[in-house]
Write a protein that binds this ligand. Structure first.
Ligand SMILES: *Cc1c(COP(=O)(O)O)cnc(C)c1O
Length: 432
């Protein structure tokens, strides 16, 4: 009935999130509101961590891709669960720093890191900088030299795998802005260059083939391609790569059409494939890193809105207008991503209509979805959009000078603010 396991209905017929009444949450904190279920986040963190322990002897690290949902409280929860962090900008590094992150367990990604960001990462002793191109390698060698330190890196490799997902979230194919190509010899050249660098320690290789992927096969294929390259490097140079980072991209359920695999199955199957490949290729078992983002945060989130109006256009469609929209959830406008929605105060009723949920921005494309099955709504109803924990708050904007909603964490029947609602003064904070 619900797309996330933490959702339910109480005796008032209200949607519950982690056991808490969503209508009460809307009343207490206002709308729009991001609600994150901390228990579910922790459950997923444990599932990933346990899968590496169980199937790979604990010889690996889970790094949460913080771009999916980044705030200090999320970084703290991850640290508490023994999970590292992926960061992709100085802003994410700063957030991690202020949350007390362990930088040894941080991976710094990006296809165009600035000198300022590289220096910042080196100063913070980021455990692994994922180098995207030769120019970055040269700059990092110089920066590390100036600071008199040795920096641990991994290379971002394009394994040439075509994952079956949306074009905008595919990243493993040759035509991608990320990383080094294997088949042109570019990657091998970079490896040889890194081995020669005095201030760089080449720890490993990284690949990330895309996002919202439901098959395990492309992940296994990518791992095999990467291991073959590790064997080629050993043959060519004698250098043994110790770490293999297989990225993230595990799919979640947004609507009933989605059928995600349990995260444990991924590590179970990948471990077998990695062990077989290593034996065949005569290389040692690598330390494995995985980087789930969406699957860690996505299912744990629900966004609550207030319905401000219902506009029925006969024989065409019915619009429900909400007090948020593309400013808090731009994913339909960006990718036509589908969501499951319901009227939170009528969650025990059947979904008897289909609507288009429209935001309040001055854009016709400001929609949360079209043809969405939902209970009949009237102004004042609370509209819940499910599985919004990832790539919603982190992609939010102030378009139309709309203040960003608050983020509330719920845990053990208690709700607390993790990110305050923006005020009007926040909106003009930097205006002169
Ligand atoms: C975005 C990203 C991830 C996380 O992807 P999800 O689909 O959210 O799991 C992991 N690694 C890298 C390098 C990324 O860019």
């Amino acid at each position: 009935m619900f797309v996330s396991e933490n959702l339910g209905v109480n005796e008032k017929g209200h949607l519950t999130i982690g056991g808490m009444d969503s209508v009460e949450l809307a009343k207490e904190f206002g709308t729009p509101l991001y609600v994150m279920d901390e228990d579910l986040i922790r459950k997923h963190a444990k599932a990933y961590k346990n899968s590496i322990d169980k199937f790979y002897g604990g010889n690996g690290l889970v790094c949460y891709a913080s771009k999916a949902f980044c705030c200090k409280e999320m970084c703290r929860v991850m640290k508490d669960e023994g999970i590292g962090l992926d960061v992709v900008s100085i802003g994410e590094m700063y957030t991690a720093l202020k949350a007390g992150a362990d930088f040894d367990k941080v991976c710094f990604h990006g296809n165009n890191k600035t000198d300022e960001e590289l220096e910042y990462a080196v100063d913070l002793k980021v455990g692994r900088i994922i180098v995207d191109n030769i120019y970055e390698l040269e700059r990092l060698e110089r920066i590390a030299g100036e600071k008199g330190v040795k920096v641990g890196i991994m290379f971002r490799i394009k394994p040439g795998i075509d994952a079956h997902t949306h074009d905008f979230v595919k990243t493993g194919q040759i035509d991608s802005k990320f990383g080094f190509a294997l088949e042109t010899g570019e990657a091998m050249e970079a490896v040889k260059k890194a081995i020669e660098c005095k201030n760089i320690e080449l720890k490993g290789l990284h690949c990330h083939i895309g996002s919202q992927i439901f098959d395990i096969a492309p992940f296994i294929e990518a791992a095999e391609v990467m291991l073959k390259f590790i064997a080629d490097i050993k043959k060519d140079t004698g250098y043994e790569i110790s770490d293999l980072n297989l990225g993230g991209g595990f799919g979640i359920m947004y609507t009933e059409k989605d059928d995600p695999v349990p995260y444990e199955n991924y590590m179970e199957k990948v471990s077998v494939a990695v062990k077989e490949s290593c034996e065949k290729l005569g290389i040692k078992l690598p330390y494995i890193l995985i980087e789930p983002g969406r699957s860690m945060a996505g299912p744990a989130g629900v966004t609550l809105y207030t319905c401000g109006g219902v506009k029925e256009i006969p024989n065409i469609r019915t619009y429900i207008s909400i007090d948020g929209g593309m400013t808090d959830n731009p994913r339909y406008a960006l990718y036509k991503s589908e969501y499951d929605a319901l009227v939170a105060n009528k969650a025990d009723k059947s979904k008897d209509t289909k609507v288009t949920i429209a935001g309040k921005c001055c854009e016709s494309g400001d929609l949360i979805g079209e043809g969405m099955p939902i209970q009949t709504a009237v102004p004042g109803d609370i509209i819940a959009v499910c599985a919004t924990g990832a790539y919603n708050y982190s992609m939010s904007s102030n378009y139309n000078r709309i203040p960003k909603p608050a983020v509330v964490f719920v845990k053990n029947g208690e709700a607390r603010i993790a990110v305050k609602r923006e005020t009007l003064d926040d909106i003009i904070r930097n205006d002169i």
